[in-house]
Write a protein of this length. Structure first.
Length: 144
């Protein structure tokens, strides 16, 4: 019994309201843990999306480098000013959604007619339908 003559129980079996407080603490702790778990899940999904994007960029870089090497190996006929599609066949392009590749050859300086600016460009649809473009540019000498 306490000083007021009560046996420590008030109403429906609770001891001084501490059972209700413990339940509130438990619900609050579960809420905080749940928020933390949602944060972890969101972070995991973002990491997976970014990992996929990094793989796409790496693949695009390899394709662009291969195509630039084909242009360099093609000699003067490959360096005629104008725009064309990729010369090589790349099965890896299937892994990039709606991929389109092009080669642009230009004469950047009329005083240097043998100098060519070659731009190899690759466009594809990334995550969430966003269009991504990556390009590789080089100055080459068109030998006759």
């Amino acid at each position: 019994m306490d000083m007021n003559g009560h046996n420590g129980r008030h109403g429906r079996g609770r001891v001084d309201g501490s059972a209700g407080l413990a339940l509130l603490e438990l619900v609050t702790a579960l809420f905080i843990v749940t928020l933390g778990m949602f944060g972890v899940i969101d972070l995991y999904l973002r990491v997976m999306d970014n990992g996929r994007a990094v793989q796409q960029y790496a693949l695009a870089s390899r394709i662009l480098q291969s195509e630039m090497e084909l242009v360099r190996a093609g000699g003067a006929p490959a360096l005629e000013p104008g725009s064309t599609d990729f010369r090589g066949e790349y099965s890896a392009l299937e892994r990039l959604s709606e991929a389109q590749g092009s080669i642009e050859v230009a004469v950047p300086d009329p005083d240097l007619p043998a100098l060519r600016q070659v731009t190899v460009r690759l466009q594809w649809a990334g995550q969430h339908g966003r269009i991504i473009e990556k390009k590789l540019m080089a100055l080459l000498h068109a030998r006759s």
